[in-house]
Design a protein around this ligand. Structure first.
Ligand code: ZDP
Length: 276
């Protein structure tokens, strides 16, 4: 394989971006995503993102996790995507539409270089997230037993599934041990991303994530949106909060039109050619 790629990161969530806007046959690269993401034998990334043409939007984004599985959406990734398509000269617009597995997402590049994203509406029905055992009911502060221990979970889909758990002390969470147990728990038919959240005050929370298909990452955009929604559903915060992640801070707002808005940075790291 030989292809050009650009490495981007957003709050330390890092991605290999591939411009396939004029060349859609990227199946071989897609099949090698796990190898590309490997931090010792590859380029090293939390996922591979493809810039593709769309019939219903300005662009289509496809994201493959570092284990080779496909995700519906990627919040940090779409901020990288937005700045990358601009930089690659694929559009002059600062605000455009992107088709994803979570529907049409609308990023807008701000004058200060951050990206403000309309992430659409959160999905709260249990069977649509999906979480087993709740029918179409919401899953707000419900019991779950994981590895013999009891937790309260609030579940949200931002196109991809999230399970949010509030804790008193974020530093005491053994993410590496408990994360994979949540990910593959039978309550989650499509597996789950899991966010552990310590509420600091009504506009500031600290979050650490175990991502489905990627493990511990320094940040998760869709997970920050799900965290905001879970905080608000449990009356723990206001409608606009800052979420502090290991790799940075994101601002999340649940607006009156029921859409979630996420604002945060995205930075290009380097351009390269894969030759292996
Ligand atoms: O849903 C999943 O399988 C996630 N691992 C996708 C990636 C989510 C991400 N961290 C984000 O920022 O939303 C990239």
């Amino acid at each position: 394989m030989k292809f050009n790629f650009v490495k981007w990161q957003a709050c330390g969530n890092d991605f290999v971006l591939i411009n396939a806007f004029h060349n859609e046959d990227v199946s071989e690269i897609r099949d090698n995503a796990e190898k590309i993401c490997d931090r010792h034998f590859g380029a090293g990334a939390d996922g591979v993102i493809f810039i593709l043409p769309s019939e219903i939007a300005d662009f289509r984004m496809q994201i493959i996790n570092s284990d080779g599985s496909e995700a519906e959406m990627c919040g940090n990734g779409i901020r990288c995507f937005a700045k990358a398509v601009h930089e690659l000269g694929l559009t002059d617009k600062c605000k455009f539409t992107v088709e994803t597995g979570a529907g049409i997402i609308i990023p807008e590049i701000q004058p200060d270089g951050t990206v403000h994203v309309d992430m659409g509406e959160p999905v709260l029905e249990g069977d649509k997230i999906p979480v087993a055992g709740f029918g179409s009911n919401k899953v707000i502060s419900e019991n779950i037993t994981v590895d013999g221990q009891n937790y309260k979970m609030t579940c949200v889909s931002m196109g991809n599934p999230h399970c949010v758990v509030f804790v008193d002390d974020i530093n005491a969470v053994e993410l590496e041990k408990i994360g994979p147990k949540f990910e593959t728990h039978s309550a989650f038919p499509r597996k789950t991303n899991t966010e552990f959240v310590e509420v600091k005050n009504d506009s500031y929370v600290r979050m650490r994530v175990w991502e489905r298909g990627a493990g511990i990452t320094l940040a998760c955009g869709t997970g920050s949106c799900a965290t905001g929604v879970a905080c608000m559903l449990n009356n723990l915060t206001q409608k606009k909060i800052n979420v502090e992640l290991d790799g940075g801070v994101l601002t999340i707002e649940w607006a009156d039109n029921n859409h979630i808005y996420m604002t945060g940075p995205a930075t290009k790291v380097y351009e390269a050619v894969w030759v292996d």
